[in-house]
Design a protein around this ligand. Structure first.
Ligand code: 4NP
Length: 174
């Protein structure tokens, strides 16, 4: 997608908690690496439950306290996304299965489909970002911690895989 840009889509169930947070955190990290013009970053939900809604205020509150501003409206993932995005990053096993099905239905093999916590250095055996929706405030703090460290490692992975390291160094030094 978009010539030389790398397109990354984050996916959860509702697109109001985990994936829009990952989108905002990743976008901030990309900007800090000086790679803003080399990436397209978006998020979507596997469900249409919250289509058109803004992000969950509990997620927004924790993000804002940590200097991350969230924007955008929830939307459902569609087959076309399988063609547009280079990386589709699911939050949990259930999202992963749904994304794999959509990519298969789209008949493309181009996107890399993974779970975000595959990049979490502290994941241990648990590769799901837990769904905070029905839990208390501590859950939102925990999700934020997981998303921040996993996105940082994901960005390093993509920089290495796509050979963007030189651009990142040049920009950071300029
Ligand atoms: P998300 O959280 O998938 O991280 O956006 C959820 C949001 C809404 C619901 C479940 C999870 N829901 O059941 O409405």
């Amino acid at each position: 997608m978009s010539g030389s840009k790398t397109a990354v889509l984050f996916v959860c169930l509702g697109n109001i908690c985990r994936s829009p947070l990952a989108e905002a955190v990743f976008r901030k990290q990309v900007k800090e690496a000086g790679l803003e013009d080399r990436f397209v970053v978006d998020s979507a939900g596997t469900s249409s439950y919250h289509e058109g809604e803004g992000p969950d205020p509990r997620t927004v509150k924790v993000a804002r306290a940590r200097g991350v501003e969230m924007t955008g409206r929830a939307r459902q993932i569609r087959r076309e996304d399988a063609k547009r995005f280079d990386y589709i990053i699911a939050m949990d096993e259930s999202n992963l299965r749904d994304v794999q099905r959509i990519v298969a239905e789209a008949g493309v093999h181009s996107p890399r489909v993974m779970r975000l916590r595959e990049f979490d250095p502290e994941a241990g055996g648990d590769l799901d970002v837990p769904d905070p929706y029905y839990g208390g405030p501590r859950g939102f703090e925990n999700v934020h911690d997981i998303v921040e460290r996993s996105c940082a490692a994901l960005l390093e992975h993509i920089i290495a895989e796509r050979g963007l390291g030189a651009s990142a160094n040049e920009r950071a030094g300029s």
